[in-house]
Design a binder for this molecule. Structure first.
Ligand code: BGC
Length: 743
């Protein structure tokens, strides 16, 4: 959540003075106590022992945060916060530490204002483009190491809302349009985080698919579609990782706010999926006490409007049963034990900056998608290009990053402002100081590499005309709290690219975007790279791909349509005026009370992303799962063996003359009677192959991935009949096919 400047200066002082009267002189947060400290007991046994010892006040203190400046009233206890988005007091007398929570989507947030350092990884959507489970694990592990070094023990990351609406301003924070890809990738990120003893959190549950009117909107969608798409991503993510926390989202679903929603929180999450962790509300997404508690919300953030005194009164008057409170508390405590934050509390320490940069660069190198490469324009040969024009998007100094609560502060400040400007501000465009110009010069030390800002197309064209190769950097910024009007590049960049391409037949476009963009010039340029938001070392990764030190291996986790008109909805539904707030000092009260609903109906249902374009027979610009390489691959020898899980085996051969890694994708078409979209991704493997090498690949397909969700019996069902399994390098290039009967 953003923090208006309101009260920022005076409030902390007032709180500090107040706190002196409230706090014990030297609280001992981690003092061991009781036999729940016996680590050989299970997390549930340990939690149950603690709950028995707790007073009602202590229980309630675990059910809420202590406030966030400008968002809700602040508790005097908030002075002990580590400076992150949330702080939950511990129970020192029982040896239960505080929960120090930070946003950490693609790196740890708020380092600037806290005088710390954190690495920016490539945006989450980029991570998904790697299709690399090990990279995703390392993504999470790096975030967790840096959280712990800064004194945090809980992360808010793990965004996995499916891209139903690519104009959503948070598309960069999510993992694309396919539930199995997104679910498995977010699961790995969470596994990486929790292995480092940080409480992981998956968000925003559920269907918070646009930012416009997010505190008011009511989402309508049929149950089967949500279970098979949007919710499936969460289901898989949780199953793969046992992430300890789930954040319920701002919006309403079927009439109830997500954090008041019995179906989402209890029926599905806690019963059907057997989720043992706790549900935390998004910041200011709690709207009630008894209703939310009964629906399954365990913890309110950031403050205590509904889960503080109001909860105590509700318990005392019998409106909320003590057993319900005990369950909330048990879930929080068992998550703390299970994730290791009690036995191994974080120690503030030095962040491994150099190591972080290397991980960030490595992941970006696996995430850059080569979209077009006419006449093998790429990789560039440094010994042959004597002049290179580098144009646009501040590529002399930096690369853009995604904004909002995901924002990571760059060391040295924003690259397009004087250095050292300190913290970043809500929705400022933040350019990381990773210079494509410098990185290209380093790759081609003997070439004459010149820069033009691209603000005057005529000047850019003049430079491009004189050069052997023109590389145009183009960007589309996005952030929490806004949506894109459309998928076009802003600031006349389409015009710039078209003009440069007309002037130089060797024009390469490098995109820095968080969503797909339309490309009216696509046929006129010789190369296109999608670099996403590339993180702390984006420029080095891009340059290494451009010059062939890295062979691109990423594939799109999201379809790039030809035009906005091809999307399921012509435009984002905007809230009527009464469903918005004015951002004044009473905003938190208005939001807590609940804004009048407006409706969004996802009537495309199951047809999310590629499933939509398939069904509508719409040609796309670049399909889901697509991405080129500097080598070529051949697929052969498909064998499909039905069994408990269906085994799909085949051979992939690198038929070119350089080493590479191919994401081999498996799709299934279900029997017609299932009433499903034409095909769905059911598995993949990223296969490393030397030039000329072949490998056998075997993928066991989870039967759930071949099933449909049957609403009547409330369960997954494999429809007996004939299934076509298809294998290849993109959702639209599937040379191997075999049909099997499954029962
Ligand atoms: C965002 C969450 C974030 C929280 C805390 C909210 O506005 O939706 O993703 O974790 O704020 O900053």
């Amino acid at each position: 959540m953003h923090m208006p400047s309101l009260r920022t200066k005076i409030l902390p002082l007032v709180i500090f003075v107040l706190s002196l009267a409230v706090l014990p002189a030297s609280p001992q947060e981690h003092k061991p106590a009781g036999h729940w400290m016996n680590a050989s007991l299970s997390p549930d046994e340990r939690a149950a022992l603690v709950v028995k010892e707790m007073t009602l006040d202590e229980k309630i203190s675990l059910l809420h945060g202590t406030g966030m400046v400008g968002l809700s009233p602040m508790s005097p206890l908030s002075v002990k916060s580590n400076g992150g988005a949330g702080y939950v007091v511990g129970i020192p007398r029982l040896g239960i530490p505080a929960i120090q929570i930070s946003d950490a989507a693609y790196g740890v947030r708020q380092s600037g204002e806290n005088g710390r350092y954190s690495t920016a990884l490539p945006a989450n959507v980029a991570g998904a483009a790697s299709w690399d489970l090990d990279a995703a694990y390392e993504y999470g592990a790096l975030i967790a190491r840096e959280l712990r070094a800064q004194g945090y023990n809980m992360s808010l990351g793990g965004g996995v809302n499916l891209t139903r609406e690519p104009r959503n301003g948070r598309t960069f924070e999510y993992m694309g349009e396919d539930p199995i890809l997104a679910g498995k990738m977010v699961g790995q990120v969470m596994r990486g985080e929790q292995a480092e003893h940080v409480i992981g959190d998956i968000k925003h549950y559920a269907l918070n698919d646009q930012e416009s009117g997010r505190n008011a909107v009511n989402v309508n969608i049929d149950k089967r579609s949500m279970r098979e798409s949007d919710l499936l991503a969460f289901e898989i993510g949780l199953r793969e990782s046992n992430a300890a926390a789930v954040m319920c989202s701002y919006n309403r679903v079927h009439g109830d706010y997500a954090c008041d929603n019995q179906y989402l929180l209890t029926d599905v999450l806690k019963k059907d999926w057997n989720f043992k962790g706790f549900v935390v509300s998004d910041w200011q997404a709690t709207h009630s006490t008894a209703k939310a508690s009964a629906a399954g919300l365990d913890h309110e953030e950031p403050g205590e409007i509904f889960y503080g005194d109001a909860m105590k009164k509700a318990v005392e008057s019998g409106k909320v049963p003590m057993a319900e409170v005990d369950d909330h508390v048990h879930r929080i405590l068992r998550s703390m034990f299970a994730s290791g934050v009690v036995d191994d509390p974080p120690q503030k320490s030095v962040v491994d900056v150099i190591g972080g940069f290397e991980v960030a660069q490595n992941i970006e190198e696996q995430s850059i998608v080569l979209l077009r490469n006419e006449h093998a324009q790429l990789p560039l040969d440094a010994s042959r290009a004597s002049s290179i024009a580098v144009i646009g998007a501040h590529s002399d100094v930096g690369m853009i990053s995604g904004g909002g609560s995901a924002q990571v502060d760059p060391p040295g400040g924003n690259a397009i402002m004087p250095p050292g400007q300190g913290r970043t501000f809500w929705q400022a465009h933040i350019w990381f100081p990773t210079s494509p110009l410098k990185a290209i010069r380093a790759q081609a030390p003997h070439a004459n590499v010149q820069y033009d800002p691209g603000t005057d197309a005529a000047a850019a064209v003049a430079l491009a005309k004189k050069a052997d190769v023109a590389i145009v950097f183009a960007y589309q910024w996005e952030s929490e709290g806004m949506d894109l009007e459309n998928l076009s590049l802003p600031e006349r960049q389409d015009d710039l690219i078209a003009k440069v391409a007309a002037a130089n037949p060797h024009t390469i476009v490098v995109l820095e975007t968080g969503s797909p963009v339309t490309m009216p010039w696509a046929d006129q340029v010789s190369g296109i790279l999608e670099a996403w938001y590339g993180g702390s070392r984006g420029a080095d990764a891009v340059a290494r791909v451009l010059f062939g030190e890295v062979n691109p291996s990423a594939k799109l986790p999201i379809t790039f349509p030809k035009s906005d008109a091809d999307l399921p909805h012509p435009s984002i539904v905007k809230p009527p005026r009464k469903s918005t707030t004015n951002g004044g000092s009473d905003e938190w009260k208005i939001i807590a009370a609940g804004l009048p609903a407006f409706q969004i109906t996802y009537d495309e249902g199951l047809k999310v992303g590629y499933k939509w374009y398939d069904a509508e027979h719409k040609q796309v610009l670049f399909p889901f799962g697509y991405g080129l390489s500097y080598t070529t691959y051949n697929y052969s020898d498909l064998k499909v063996t039905p069994g408990k899980s269906v085994r799909v085996s085949f051979k992939v051969t690198n038929t070119g003359n350089r080493a590479g890694a191919e994401v081999a994708e498996v799709y299934a078409a279900l029997p017609q009677s299932a009433g499903e979209p034409a095909k769905r991704l059911v598995g993949w493997s990223k296969v490393k192959l030397n030039a000329g090498e072949s490998k056998e690949v075997a993928i066991d397909v989870d039967p759930e991935y071949l099933s449909i969700f049957d609403v009547e019996s409330n369960g997954w069902q494999l429809i007996p009949g004939s299934y076509e399994l298809m294998v290849g390098g993109s959702s639209q290039s599937l040379p191997l096919k075999e049909t099997v009967n499954l029962k």
